[in-house]
Design a protein around this ligand. Structure first.
Ligand SMILES: [Zn+2]
Length: 487
């Protein structure tokens, strides 16, 4: 009963902050007015009106308090009182939570419009002063594609209206992923055709780029890309056989690691150069300890027959983005970043391993924030990643989430067995260094350099050797498990 009264009081209080205001909508030559609600100063549009604008249906689930509305072939999912909105499988942040007014969901217009723009076939202009919402045909710059099968491969052509910056990378199960920056594209221009070597096409509207993923009918070993004119197009020659590959030595075009073997490992010693990382009570620098461990691990892995690439072999500064670039261009199977942890509380101790995902707690967030702060040593700081940003930036990482978390647990288990320090377990957080890695990747916080006892341990060869051995054993465990699964 008390609950009911409280809800009533709350609804009355909320009502006093509501002001409805008319918003003019112009779309497809039609013009009409809808009632928006100003809630705590922010203008909101109802989901019913949103559906009306796009001529689509809404599905409300009163149990889960979610609404789903179709917008230009995308399914948009809203949760009551949550600022997160899901488009297909991607999460976006509306900043302001979805509100309930007279039985309808209300969404903040100012933050909704830029998200709609990503998925909508029209440009949207929101004028907060005039209270007008205008829809105009998009000037597209990705016009369509053509795919044809050749004797030794597949020719894929993407037709362009202007030169666009792009990136290409491949992922398992015959996916070729093209990332176009500032792309304006209409999904209907990229249909899957019958008897085409392209079996499936997926669209991922990211924050600054649009990813088009093509699943091909054949396993490929190599590709070459170039932009041609008349008509302007990106031509990708995809070689589906091992013979006569046209590699020209450029890492971007060199054969990628498409086998199912776990045999190329990138070891990333954290920090370096002017970036010391954390410093222990007696002055031991994280950058030196982690390089020592990385070099030990390299020796062990090479002895087991792995191909090993280190992001740094001496005391130099390597920007975070370059570290994963090294891993991606070498077709690495695993990316292992080695660090030493630090806390203002000197008593805190132990080892823990992270994989990239949204931070689940403040502590994990703090560790990520600290490690990401290496960015401050870089000349052009990539913008700081918010908790949710990395989801937008990197959908690809998701496919390695399971493997990454598996590897993280294996490392913790082996370290727990070998090291005489506390096992703090596995956690997840948004690390920049792991963000762009297109492979399973983990960040190992070997021990607390800020803890007097553990700083002392980190100075000893035997302790560092044990850490290297624990990571080696985990790599072997991982290799065994995933190579067996691939068979
Ligand atoms: Zn570190």
């Amino acid at each position: 009963m008390l609950k009911k009264i409280l809800i009533l009081v709350w609804l009355l209080a909320l009502a006093s902050f509501l002001y409805s205001e008319p918003v003019q909508v112009e779309k497809s030559g039609q013009s009409y007015t809808l009632e928006a609600q100003r809630i705590e100063g922010i203008l909101h549009i109802s989901v019913s009106d949103l559906a009306k604008i796009f001529g689509s249906e809404i599905y409300f689930n009163s149990l889960t308090k979610k609404a789903v509305v179709q917008i230009d072939n995308h399914s948009v999912k809203l949760s009551l009182f949550s600022p997160y909105m899901e488009v297909d499988q991607t999460v976006y942040n509306l900043t302001y939570p979805v509100q309930l007014v007279q039985g309808d969901f209300y969404v903040p217009i100012v933050t909704l419009v830029p998200i709609l723009e990503l998925i909508c076939t029209e440009n949207i202009f929101w004028d907060e002063g005039q209270l007008t919402l205008k829809f105009e045909r998009k000037e597209l710059n990705l016009l369509g594609y053509q795919a044809s099968e050749k004797s030794n491969g597949i020719l894929l052509e993407i037709f362009l209206a202007e030169n666009l910056r792009y990136e290409i990378y491949t992922s398992e199960n015959r996916w070729l992923n093209l990332n176009f920056f500032s792309a304006k594209v209409n999904q209907v221009d990229f249909p899957v055709k019958k008897n085409s070597p392209v079996k499936e096409i997926k669209f991922y509207p990211l924050e600054i780029s649009t990813q088009l993923s093509f699943r091909l009918n054949k396993t490929f070993v190599n590709y070459r890309d170039e932009v041609l004119t008349d008509p302007l197009r990106l031509q990708i020659s995809i070689s589906t056989s091992n013979h006569n590959s046209n590699s020209n030595g450029n890492p971007k075009n060199s054969p990628k690691n498409f086998d199912n073997l776990v045999d190329v490992i990138v070891i990333d010693a954290g920090h370096g150069g002017q970036d010391y990382g954390a410093i222990g009570p007696t002055g031991l620098a994280e950058k030196d300890v982690v390089l020592d461990i990385a070099l030990r691990l390299e020796k062990l892995l090479v002895k087991e027959g792995f191909k090993v690439i280190l992001t740094r072999t001496d005391d130099t500064f390597i920007p975070l983005a370059d570290r994963t670039q090294i891993a991606n261009s070498n077709g690495a199977d695993l990316f292992i970043s080695i660090h030493a942890n630090s806390s203002k509380k000197r008593s805190i101790s132990g080892s823990e391993t992270y994989f990239l995902a949204q931070a689940k707690n403040d502590e994990a967030r703090a560790v990520a924030a600290w490690e990401n702060s290496s960015l401050r040593f870089e000349k052009e700081n990539p913008e700081e990643l918010s908790d949710l940003d990395f989801i937008l930036l990197d959908l690809v990482q998701n496919q390695f989430l399971k493997e990454s978390s598996d590897l993280a647990y294996m490392i913790q288990e082996n370290m727990g067995r070998k090291l005489p320090i506390q096992d703090r377990g596995v956690d997840q957080a948004g690390f920049f260094v792991l963000n762009q890695a297109y492979m399973p990747s983990v960040l190992v916080e070997t021990a607390f350099i800020s803890n007097r006892g553990e700083e002392k341990l980190l100075k000893t060869s035997s302790f560092k050797q044990k850490i290297a051995e624990a990571i080696l054993n985990s790599t072997l465990n991982f290799k065994e498990k995933y190579e067996a699964l691939a068979k």
